[in-house]
Ligand binder design. Sequence first.
Ligand code: ACO
Length: 321
Amino acid sequence: MRTRICGTGSALPGREVTNDDLSRIMDTSDDWIRSRTGIGKRHLATEETLAGLAAAAARQALAEAEMKPEELDMILAATLSADKILPSLACELQRELGAVHAAAFDINAACSGFLFALQTADAYIQCGVCKNVLVVGGEILSKLMDWNDRSTCVLFGDGAGAAVVRADKEFGILGSVQGSDGTKGDALLCENRRNNNPYVKNDTALPYVSMDGQAIYKFAVRTVPKAVMEAVLKAGLAIEDIDLFLLHQANIRILEAVSRRLKAPMEKFPTNLESCGNISAGSVPVLLDYVNQKGMIQKGDKIVLAGFGAGLTWGASVLTW
Ligand code: ACO
């Protein structure tokens, strides 16, 4: 049995913020951001909640899959920026959708989150526990950014994407790899609340995301091609057999380096960095929905999905559409 993606969806907040908009509130420029990252604008949440964005994406994915929420066995939500610590985003989504038969939980693997959630869905389907799973990736990262730190806040955006997967005899996931290296976790960091109770007082300022950009760049260009290659081999395919590589949208230079290392042309690496920035766990499913809605994927195409990010973590899956 294979795990097949049979519907996708995405939702972005209404407020678009261009590089020029940012240059009016901090010392940056369209040229600096665009030339180093490929990002032209991003969507930032103002009134929107992550649960609301995720539910909008999920409804589109369910409609394309022609599946009712009650048919879902499981909801997996990949995020590091849920609206609430409790309940989880997945449980909020279950309530929003009325998916009364679904078990629901969140997965935090940062920018690899959608891949980790998809591979978890695949494992549940492979062992026969589930048939229909909703996999969502989404973030409202703007609330975790230090808007005085121009080296990080310009990179990220908000949004959510969803995929409905179901057990299928023929099409679906052919091979996957995933990995983590906790020893390098400080390269991309955001502390949680500090210990605070009657025995220890803590009134330090709220923590924000900090990043060693060059360490992340080196990690990505070394690890992603290797992971993609391993997943493609596991699938019994060669790089030339792959029609599209849908990679986490962190930075155009990373995508170009991966394309060179895999000896696969950039035309096979669609990107929405220009309009969305880096949406972490939302990045791959939002891009997947974009190429799906644009009709860029045909039935039977071989697709690579790959994520990489904080943890450090990485994951890649190869599938037949
Ligand atoms: N606008 C203008 N100048 C800036 C900005 C900005 N937004 N941010 C930093 N600078 C300045 C710095 O202060 C520095 O100035 P200085 O030389 O006077 O000290 C100069 O630009 C160069 O800074 P660097 O950090 O060395 O810039 P670099 O060329 O390394 O580019 C970047 C930074 C784009 C983040 C790069 O390291 C990179 O691509 N890293 C990959 C990491 C990444 O993509 N992370 C995304 C999140 S992680 C993930 O999704 C996996």
